[in-house]
Design a protein around this ligand. Structure first.
Ligand code: RAM
Length: 552
């Protein structure tokens, strides 16, 4: 299904089109053609050094089926030290699970050495790497074809022809647990040597201590958020170091926010902003995601309309944080183009969903969410923020009509989506009442403070409203609550939601978290989910930024 959807999106994106572009946009295309290589060069100059750390397993553990544990499994430490693998033959043991003690991203290696006679035949191992216990206990062969590539799941078959030998798994891995199984053996005994995980990250520097007296759960959430962010900070801001290992605009925006309040490694943000700009296709419409390792710009790409509008917000935040006017000025045409491109989809000041079915709107992992009102709100918000960027750059003259667009869009939203009687925004043909419709109408200041509180109270109190399905969307909910003065409730919400993952044993925050469904997966197979996911790290941003609310 997803593959089919992506195929449709690729095709649709490829036909998306000069005809939609205004004369002004066509002029922009030419300007861009000669700028993109320079942008890519600047992006390359910003590739960060990765720091490397050798991690030895801290324990031998066993999987225990436990209905009360996350996805039905937990790990239990055994009394055996890891050293037994270096002393006793592995032949009779046949299987071991190693615990690295925390989540790491990097490369796994070990040596094997025969003990009593020379190698007369090869041995074969299966290695499985898992971020969470449930993943290690799933049967990967159950992965449906309609999920993402089965090869994302981290298992490898290794054949060793002769000993002594060093096994180095070529692919980069993200895991806490490593299972080694002996699949085929010979007469001779053998032992392991130097089992090692070389962990890599580009996050560096010390992050600030939280105020004394900060709630212990908030401290824990912050610690795990920082770990999540650091694991995703590689040579780009990755969405997840297990999967997809690549830069997406929506993830970048949230990672950059969290980074700005913690590690402050702004060069990585700059690298990603330039990389996205440099990979823009000829129509100037940003790709929602890019692959940093492709030598040339690919002809196809996935366009995500909510993400392309958030690019300008990310650039604004970067500029505010760093004062790097040169970069903001250089990339300003990209921001301007995204807004102008999206404006072509406005009909009577309302985003025309009929006209843009070809572009993916992400917003949340929630199939049943009607995205019309959320998109209207997000677009209003993004144009206003992009106008603020224009003002900071002294370029507001170029986009003098934007404030009116924002005003007209707000007015139209109130006419089309707002149910005054109930005090909520409704979206789509079934007049769906969702959390996210309220959230985006609050962030865009379409609802005033009083109306905002009323709308949120309504969705919180009514079980039938379309609730939120991912930490990504929770981020915007928390932001909206703080914006309309519901800081206390936002604090409770953050503790309940992210603290829920902590209580279920998270080492890093997950891509998908539904407190009522441990197996929820947008990929029809929960082991495919990423359990260290960038967009879930944002408590870090809230905790550091809003000290009065979270650091006590
Ligand atoms: C997923 C990614 C990412 C998200 C996109 C829309 O595949 O993991 O986090 O931004 O989809």
């Amino acid at each position: 299904m997803i593959r089919k959807l992506l195929k449709t999106l690729f095709v649709a994106a490829a036909v998306c089109t000069a005809s939609q572009l205004t004369a002004q946009n066509e002029a922009t295309q030419l300007e861009w053609a000669n700028k993109r290589d320079g942008w890519l060069r600047k992006s390359t100059e910003c590739i960060p050094q990765l720091s490397k750390q050798d991690i030895e397993p801290v324990a031998i553990v066993r999987s225990v089926a436990d209905k009360s544990a996350f996805q039905g499994w937990r790990m239990e430490r055994t009394n055996e030290p890891v050293e037994v693998l270096y002393k006793e033959s592995f032949k009779p043991r046949k299987e071991v699970i190693l615990d690295l003690g925390d989540h790491y991203t990097g490369y796994f290696s070990f040596k094997v050495k025969d003990m009593n006679m020379p190698t007369d035949a090869p041995v074969r191992f299966r290695l499985t790497f898992a971020e969470v216990p449930g993943e290690l206990n799933a049967n990967f062969e159950d992965c449906p074809e309609s999920s993402l590539s089965r090869a994302w799941l981290q298992d490898e078959i290794i054949t060793v022809m002769r000993m002594p030998h060093e096994v180095k798994v070529e692919r980069r891995l993200a895991c806490r647990y490593v299972k080694i199984e002996l699949l085929a053996q010979s007469y001779y005994d053998f032992v392991f040597e130097d089992i090692n995980f070389r962990a890599e990250t580009s996050a560096h520097g010390k992050t600030a201590e939280l105020a004394e007296g900060t709630d212990p759960m908030i401290k824990k959430i912050n610690e795990i958020g920082l770990k999540t962010l650091a694991e995703c900070m590689q040579t780009v801001y990755e969405d997840g170091p297990k999967r997809d290992q690549r830069l997406w605009v929506g993830d970048l925006y949230l990672e950059a926010l969290a980074n700005a309040y913690s590690y402050k490694n702004h060069t990585l943000t700059r690298r990603c902003l330039y990389l996205l700009a440099g990979m823009t296709p000829d129509n100037g419409f940003l790709r929602g995601t890019v692959y940093e390792h492709l030598p040339e710009r690919p002809d196809v790409g996935l366009h995500v309309m909510d993400y392309s509008l958030l690019y300008g917000v990310a650039l604004l935040e970067y500029f505010k944080e760093t004062g790097d006017r040169a970069t903001a000025d250089d990339l300003w045409p990209v921001v301007k183009h995204q807004v102008e491109f999206a404006r072509a989809y406005l009909k009577d000041n309302v985003f025309d969903v009929e006209k843009q079915p070809q572009h993916w709107l992400v917003f949340d992992w929630k199939d049943d969410l009607n995205r019309h009102a959320p998109m209207q709100g997000l677009m209003t918000f993004a144009i206003e923020q992009s106008y603020e960027l224009a003002k900071m750059l002294g370029r507001e003259g170029e986009v003098a009509d934007w404030p009116k667009v924002v005003k007209d869009m707000r007015k139209a939203s109130r006419e089309v989506f707002y149910d005054k009687k109930l005090g909520v925004m409704k979206s789509g043909p079934d007049a769906q009442i969702s959390y996210l419709s309220q959230v985006w109408m609050i962030l865009s200041e379409t609802l005033n403070q009083k109306e905002a509180v009323r709308a949120l109270e309504y969705v919180f109190a009514n079980d039938s409203t379309c609730y939120i399905g991912s930490p990504y969307a929770y981020h915007y909910l928390i932001e909206a609550m703080i914006k309309c003065g519901m800081g206390e409730r936002a604090r409770e919400m953050l503790i309940t939601y992210w603290g829920g993952m902590v209580k279920k044993g998270a080492d890093t925050f997950w891509e998908v978290y539904d407190p009522n469904d441990d197996y929820k997966s947008p990929y029809k197979f929960y082991p495919m989910n990423s359990y260290c996911h960038a967009w879930s790290c944002t408590p870090v941003y809230f905790i550091y930024k809003y000290k009065d609310i979270f650091q006590r």
